[in-house]
Structures are given as structure tokens and as C-alpha cells.
Design a protein around this ligand. Sequence first.
Ligand code: FAD
Length: 457
Amino acid sequence: MANDVDFLVIGAGACGLCAAIAATDAGLSAAIVEKTDRPGGNSALSTGSVPAAGSRFQKEAGIEDDAETYFRDLMSIAGETEDPDLVRRMTAVSAETVEWLVDAVKARIELVTAYKHIGHSVPRLHAPKSRRGRDLVDDLVRAVEERDIPLAVGNTVRRLIVEDGCVAGAVIDTGDGAEVEFRAAATLLALNGFGANRTLVERFTPEIAGAQYFGAPGSDGEAVEWGEALDAALVNMAAYQGYAAVADPHGSILSWTTIEKGGVLLGGDGARFGDESLGYSGFARHVLAQGDYAYAVFDQRIFEIAMQEEEFAELHAHGGLKTGDSVADVARAQGLDGDAAEASVADYNAAAEAGRPDRFGRTAFGHAPLRAPFYSCRTVPALFHTQGGLKVDAHGRVLRTDGSPIPGLFAGGGAAAGISGRAGANGYASGNGLLTAVALGRLAALAAARDLAKAEP
Ligand SMILES: Cc1cc2nc3c(=O)[nH]c(=O)nc-3n(C[C@H](O)[C@H](O)[C@H](O)COP(=O)(O)OP(=O)(O)OC[C@H]3O[C@@H](n4cnc5c(N)ncnc54)[C@H](O)[C@@H]3O)c2cc1C
């Protein structure tokens, strides 16, 4: 039976959009199907930060970096991983991937030099000026439109077409109750992980199952379910990105700058409960373990730094912060025991003043000791996205448990195995999500183009 298209992309996030662009530029016909009414997925909710080691933008800024340094950075934060080859591959192609985004896709991203963020020894995140993933997605959608690539929103892929062990396309629910078979020589799973699927979260990442999922609604875990049915190998399944401080009830991210620059998190009893410098991802499960809410406390100097970030300024404008002249004041404004809060912050300040580790081992104090006036914000921990997924080779081909590729099937981004270690949230370095999305999407498209060229008579 004839194919409807060479390269079928399931999911219109960063992975799927980049893959369709690369496939078209490599001479393939491509089409994208998207479950929700709008392209973007988690990519649109992110800060749009894509890391690259040794990019020409770093060189222009005088920053020395290379793939080996980046690999070592990731391995030192991720600890054990079930797929070191993928970490090696992603770090090796990171610079060419970001340069491709700028040169071929015309994405308006720039090197961020104001901060390095978790897991990076040098500045290597490249992001839109606004730090909004939606802007990156808009640029990708524009590139898709310029190439006349069909993008069908409101179309959910229900299952893959499998013939003699080969994937030959997908069955699509077009939204009006009809199911349509769409045949393709190669199919890319670009539909992210399983953050929105409670059953899979409880099965694979139980330590964060009690937190709210803060990602896009489409991450229902079909890649895991379809992959298991095809005997695909699943790796790093217990790894995830958490976030320790989503502002409540506002539902916007409380910038981690508030903590990194010296702020602290108090528990429901008014006292600190751990070393916040573990990072926004790794600290999330500690916040979850201590109670329903945690309360960020920081001072005026930190507030002013964070105000340079759009989302934080919006949170402030919407009344998300309480302010006062003492720690006790801002704690009481949140319904906490003011004396307990005062004592806990005094203890932290004393450690910062003396330059010694505090009672939880925190040694990075930013601008602390904190001093009046103070701010507080009520927060909840969240699951941002899952990091485990289908094991792929260096070109995004999905591999079976015996190591052989499943013909016709590729995966990238959150659907594929991640580079954040084998378990937990400590291994997530900023940008790990988008790097595997953009790089694997592009590599899969290039591999599919090579496979098809070989197959031509
Ligand atoms: C708040 C937040 C901030 C983040 N910040 C960053 C950051 O700055 N840098 C970074 O690297 N990572 C960040 N991440 C993680 C990053 O967003 C993801 O890792 C990345 O976007 C995954 O890209 P993707 O293309 O695989 O998935 P997505 O962007 O989620 O795209 C998948 C698409 O597939 C669609 N889909 C799902 N199932 C089907 C189906 N059956 N049929 C058709 N379509 C389907 C979905 O609706 C969705 O649109 C953040 C995540 C969150 C939640």
C-alpha cells in the first residue's frame, strides 16, 4: 500500500516541529499530528532554554566550553544513568543543534550569560530573550508554515500501524469520531513522557506521585504503552524533573533565583526543613514530604534581582507576595508561627555570616544573611515532566529489549530516554528536556532521510 507521507510526526512540541523541519529540508515529505488544539506542549511552557557546549555564540562571548566538559558536568550531577551513550551523543551534537536552530530555523535565541543554572559549569543555555518557550515554539511553527508542512491539531494518534514487526504509520482519531489510517515510511514519537498519566507516574516515579503535575495536558504516556507492546526497551524510567516552588494559588513558577540568591523555604511549622541548594528539581520531593505547602522567604535585594524576570514581576503584580519589616511579619501574613520562622532564619543567617555550613549542610548563601524588608510566597511542589522513556540509538531509532531497532520507528524528546540519570530528580540539569527534544528530533529526521534514500530503487 502506498505511503501517505515519508515521515509522520506524532506531537507538535519542540521535538516534533524540529523533526518535521529537518525532514523537509532533507527532501522528505512530512506531516505532523497534534492531539491538542494548539502546537507547543511542554515546550511552550518551558523557558525555551537549549544548552550547547562549544557553540559559536559562546566563543563570541569568550566562554570556553566543549562537549567533554558538558558530558562531565551532566555525569557528575546525574550520577548513575542507564544510557551513558545518549549523554555522550547529546552533548556531542549540542553545539551544531543550537546553531542549526539559529541558522536554518531562524529561531530567535541567544546565549544567556546572566546565570549558568543548575548542572552547568559555564554559561551554555541559549534561550529566547523573553525566556518563554512559547516564543521558541512560535518560531518553529513559523518555520513549519514557511515549508508548507501539514500540521493537524485536534488529531490524536490512537495506535501505531504494525505490520510484520515494522511500524508503518498510525491510526488517527480526527476528533469527529472517525479513525483514519495514515501510512508512513518512518514514524516519530514526539509526544513527550507520562507526567499526566497518574497510573504510570505511580508505577515508575512513585516518590513524586503526590505532587501536582505542572506540565501540558497531552503527556499521557502513549509512547510507553505502545513501546511496551512492541518489546521496546525502557530506560531511566524513575527519573523526572521536579520543581520545588510553584506559587500557590497563582500557579506560576516562583523563580528559583529567589532561593539561589539566598532565600529559604519554610515548612508549615515555620521552620526550614532542608538544604534548598539541592536545586529546584531535587528539592521538590523534600518539600512534598514535609507537608502541603512551603513558604519562600527572601529579602529586598533578592526581590529586585528576581523582578528582572517577567513571570516573577507578573506574580508580584497579581499579589502573589507578602511583604513586611521582619521575618515574623511575613511568616504571620502566611498564617505561620512567626517566632519559629524568626528563629529559623536567624539560625540560617548566623551560618551565612560565619561562612560555615548551616544545620542542613547548605554552604551556598547568595546574598544572605537576609535583611529587612522581607518577602514571602506560599508554594507547592510539582512534577514538571518525566525523564525516562524509550531507549534509542544514536539516530533516535527505537530499540527492542534485545538491542535491535524496530523498523520504521523513531523517538525523541520526552518520549525517549532522558539524560538526567536513572532515578529521582537530582540529575536534572537545566535544558536536559529541550536538548533531547531538538537534537533527537533532528537526528531522527536525518536518519529517516538516509534510510529512504538507501531504500530507493
Ligand atoms: C514549566 C516547565 C518548564 C520547563 N523548562 C525547561 C527549560 O527551560 N529547558 C528545558 O530543556 N526543558 C524545560 N522543561 C522540559 C521541556 O519543556 C520538555 O522536556 C520538552 O518540552 C519536551 O519536548 P517534546 O517535544 O518531547 O514534548 P512536548 O513539547 O510536550 O510536545 C509533545 C506534544 O505531543 C502531543 N501529543 C501527546 N500525545 C499525542 C498523541 N497521542 N497524538 C498526537 N499528539 C500527541 C502533546 O499534546 C504535545 O503537544 C520544562 C517543563 C515545564 C513543564
